[in-house]
Design a binder for this molecule. Structure first.
Ligand code: ADP
Ligand code: MG
Length: 242
């Protein structure tokens, strides 16, 4: 038997008030692979991700982790039981917890038991000296870096990322993107990344799934999709890359 994909989404659908905003989305993500759901605002990316995470329910289709169903018409495993990490755009830290306690939040035994790993992770994003600081003492970009390593700390087998770098200014963004990607690759994490920015997908993805109006219209390696857009709309979507 071949190994099942780490994450598999089969024919996912979601209807809001009779309007189908996700319509038959299927995809797989292997360990160590970054699959990017790329498409314009409103095409259904976040809705897809929320269903995979388990914070929303589909109208149809299934989600499987390592070949085991975690959600279909009949059953729904709660988010915390799916072995899935989340990095969303609104990255709020717990204001009453230190940076170290924030990063250790999802770790059994907390900072006391995992101080070394937490310090090492903070070091990787140039925040080594901040383990005992509190969020309000950090800039917005620094807080976002803390949130990134907080999501990575429990070493989830699957990471879902919804525009996680969008709040950062350009120069910082490239750097944080590269560091995050390196950490994810080291852990062999299966990553499903959502973005509306073609250059982010080109930079991070092993596979791009181009989404439009609730459907995946094209998929493939980044340069393949970029060089062979399926239609004029796909070409136009990529044309604002500089
Ligand atoms: P994207 O992340 O690609 O920008 P979303 O998945 O957030 O798109 O939204 C897709 C469509 O579904 C949008 O038209 C949005 O308004 C609609 N939508 C999302 N969530 C809800 C909801 N809870 N109720 C009604 N409509 C929603
Ligand atoms: Mg969105």
């Amino acid at each position: 038997m071949p190994t099942p994909p780490r994450l598999e989404v089969q024919d996912l659908a979601r209807t809001f008030e009779g309007r189908e905003v996700v319509a038959g989305v299927s995809l797989t993500v292997a360990p160590g692979q970054v699959t990017c759901l790329l498409g314009p605002s409103g095409c259904g990316k976040s809705t897809t991700l929320r269903i995979v995470a388990g914070v929303d329910r589909q109208s149809g289709g299934r989600v499987l982790v390592d070949g085991t169903c975690v959600s279909d018409d009949a059953m729904h495993l709660p988010p915390e039981q799916r072995g899935i990490g989340l990095m969303f755009q609104d990255f709020a830290l717990f204001p009453h917890l230190s940076v170290g306690d924030n990063v250790a939040f999802g770790l059994d035994g907390g900072l006391r038991r995992h101080r070394e790993r937490v310090a090492e992770l903070l070091e990787r994003v140039d925040l080594g000296g901040f383990i005992d600081a509190f969020p309000h003492q950090l800039s917005g970009g620094e807080q976002q870096r803390v949130a990134l390593v907080r999501a990575l700390a429990p070493r989830p087998a699957i990471m879902l990322m919804d525009e996680p770098f969008s709040g950062l200014d350009n120069r910082l963004r490239d750097d944080i993107r590269d560091r995050t990607l390196a950490l994810l690759k080291e852990e062999n994490t299966a990553v499903l990344l959502v973005t509306h920015e073609p250059d982010e997908a080109m930079r991070m993805a092993d596979e791009i799934a181009l989404m439009r109006a609730g459907r995946i219209v094209q998929r493939g390696a980044p340069y393949h999709v970029y060089n062979n857009p399926k239609d004029r709309a796909a070409a136009a979507f990529f044309s604002d890359i500089n």
